[in-house]
Design a protein. Structure first.
Length: 292
């Protein structure tokens, strides 16, 4: 086989890994640039490809020294935390209802769940603003919370529902055969196996909330979130402390994703337990009559 033919054969065999590496690099290079310039003493906070005085840790030490930046970051964290709790609780209950129960309008409900995900954010933001103005809601943190919960619920439902669809109901039946009640079955079997999906959905809701700009820009009023602050100062030069905070948030997200992956593998190992073994009384479930 000639050289060009060997090269072409190698390229065909490795086309998918090469594409994956390029796609990941395309997504991560901007984050790497922000991380690099969080250590650079650049003039007026502008991103240039010349670090005037080399690398410095000054902006990491002083990342919390700008009051307006601190206030906007704390507002975003508080908003994302409330959004995560509310959207995860409502979305998980909706996912369970859509997967395990039959009711009138179920197909319509499944369609309505997808609509917010497919609708442009500018349309959602403008629609929510019109609703708040019509009902004379004062724009601020409350309207931001309502808006963020509204568009986060759909993502929570989709993630948890996908976990429920692949759920082995035989495990719950084995728990019931061993004398476990509905609450004990949910606590010891259902919830531990759903936990990775719920945690993933909660992380997604948190990320969507803390990162949102378009919908927040419509419904924030005088409340300033972290993305709105960055946009506001971008015209006169973004402080380098923003780069440091953005890098820190990214590192926290990476650690959180690693924890979720660990939980998912743990749940897969738990799901691999054979119901027959439990039914034979070899592995009694905690809180059941057999365990007592």
């Amino acid at each position: 086989m000639s050289g060009p033919a060997r090269a072409w054969a190698w390229l065909r065999r490795n086309a998918l890994p090469i594409y994956a590496v390029l796609a990941v690099a395309y997504m991560l290079i901007p984050i790497l640039v922000v991380a690099v310039f969080s250590f650079g003493d650049t003039p007026k906070g502008k991103l240039t490809f010349t670090l005037d005085d080399g690398f410095t840790l000054d902006y990491w030490r002083t990342m919390l020294d700008i009051p307006e930046l601190n206030d906007s970051l704390m507002t975003s964290l508080r908003l994302a935390a409330f959004t995560t709790v509310i959207a995860t609780a409502i979305g998980t209950a909706m996912a369970i209802a859509l997967v395990r129960h039959r009711f009138a309008g179920k197909r319509l409900a499944n369609l309505l769940i997808v609509i917010p995900m497919a609708t442009p954010e500018v349309v959602i933001g403008a629609s929510l603003l019109s609703m708040f103005i019509y009902y004379t809601f004062a724009l601020g943190f409350t309207t931001l919370l309502i808006a963020h919960v509204m568009f986060s619920i759909s993502f929570v439902v989709v993630v948890v529902r996908s976990r429920l669809i692949g759920f082995d109901r035989n495990l719950e039946e084995a728990a019931a055969d061993l004398g476990a009640g509905p609450w004990t079955t949910f606590r010891t079997v259902t919830f531990p196996l759903l936990a990775p999906g719920i945690i993933s959905a909660a992380m997604l809701a948190f990320a969507l909330s803390i990162d949102d700009f378009v919908i927040s820009n419509f419904n924030s009023g005088t409340t300033v979130t972290f993305p709105l602050y960055v946009y506001g100062v971008s015209l006169r030069g973004i402080p380098v402390q923003v780069n440091a905070l953005a890098t820190l948030l990214f590192l926290v997200a990476v650690v959180a994703v690693a924890i979720v992956l660990f939980q998912q593998r743990r749940a897969e190992r738990m799901a691999a337990v054979q119901p027959e073994a439990e039914a034979d009384g070899l592995i009694p479930l905690p809180g059941t009559a057999a365990a007592q």
